[in-house]
Design a protein. Sequence first.
Length: 528
Amino acid sequence: MPSGSARTVGPKRIEPTLMLARAHTFTIEGLDAQQVTVEVDIRPGLPTFTIVGLASAAVREARDRVHAAILNSGYEFPGRRITASMAPSDVRKLGAGLDLALACGVLAASGQLPRGALDRLALYGELGLDGEVRTSRGTLAIAQAAHRCGASKLVVGAAAAREAMLVDGLDVAPARCLRSVVRIATGGGADAPIHGPEPSPAPPAAPHHDLADVIGQEHAIRALLIAAAGGHNILLSGPPGTGKTMLAQRLPSILPPLTRAEAIEVTRIQSVAGNVSQGGELMTSRPFRAPHHTATTAGLVGGAGRHSLGEVVLAHNGVLFLDELSEFSRQAVEALRQPIEEGRVAIVRARRAAVYPARFMLVAATNPCPCGFAGTVERCRCGEAELARYRRRLSGPLLDRIDLMVNLERPRPREAMRGPQVSSMHAREQVQAARERQAERLRGERVVSNAQLGARALSRHVALDGRAAAMLATAQERRLLSGRGVHRTLRVARTVADLHASRLVRAEHLGVALSLRPEIALGRVRAA
Ligand SMILES: Nc1ncnc2c1ncn2[C@@H]1O[C@H](COP(=O)(O)OP(=O)(O)O)[C@@H](O)[C@H]1O
Ligand SMILES: [Mg+2]
């Protein structure tokens, strides 16, 4: 393969010994894949099998799998001194996907595969003890890297093949077992890809939830619709049992479908995280991530765990839902500032810094106070000091980045008797129409939704009519809005106008946006 360290591969080189072979594979690093060359050297001596080159525990365990897989596939495992070296040696090799390259390297070094058979192949897959080629995490990222590196063919497990085939222009050869791999390497045909049990695996979402299940809460449903239409962050506040969690879970059902480019990104991320079920087709639903409030900072933004991807990355192109917001640690919540502002997150881990995409809609839910009833018709039992402490936890860095806040109340008996307000299908149509108007207007900008409009773009795209301009001036004079608050209000007002197919932002649109500003909505709770 014509890339970096693999340049020494080539038929012209004189081998120091006939017992040396090379195989090409990849390892996942963050969301990307690094090319890895496996060299296998076999020489006389006591039977040993050593792997060198910054291999993780899973890769070291490959020895036993490779040994068994080779024997159980009917090949010979050489009873000599075998050394497998993985280069570049400063890249940590993770996961079991390197098994296939190791096994093929051993077969080639022991003359069971012809010389040169592995030169232009990339191999990726875990081996079962019986020689079956299994799917490994991150196949799509591997396939994209293989294509970039100019591999003429990528051999993967038959169940991972459909995922690899999402890369246009890459020749993917599905293999069910090690014998198939040998056949492919010697010019034979590949196996058929295996379809997974689920035709279109969904990320951990709640696809069957419909807005029509929600009784009352028209105000909150309306706010959720605006949030979905413009991609705005939203905070739902209200007493327990008013449907905050219920509403948040229904947000994915009214969001527009993923574009193909977005779907590829989502599939790649979920695959690296191991969230793709067998079958590996393109993911079509938006991710919905709801980390528990005990989540650590590393769990939220990344750097911990097997794949080091934080919830903000797993929620990319979807929804991050923080239920019981006030229970999250302040540190964890503050760490969300960068991803919310920039749509990406920088993680430094084990000497390497990486930037991951993290553009999501934030939905948060909270009680308005410790007892849960502040600002409602029921009586709040919290003391002043308690209330103040609670508000301090909520406000500050995050509240400033919330576009919409809505206070929910327990439905009155009459409301509870009424039928459903709006179905998800109906709401999604409105969202879709508003998104199309945004896309039309934002053509040529580098953003797709009103929520992403920068300060300068705002002045180009938000035209207030006279009454709206006067209303905004009044709000500013009364110091109801911070500087950032003004921008956020204008973005939301733009979305409300888009929902009404209005080119100009009118006073009634701005009024809706103002009524949903956190500082103003919170003021209402205080006044009550
Ligand atoms: N507005 C509502 N419409 C229909 N059911 C509701 C509503 N509010 C609450 N419920 C019922 O109460 C349960 C708890 O609601 P939940 O969304 O968890 O409340 P919250 O998160 O505000 O505490 C829901 O599963 C649902 O069955
Ligand atoms: Mg709840």
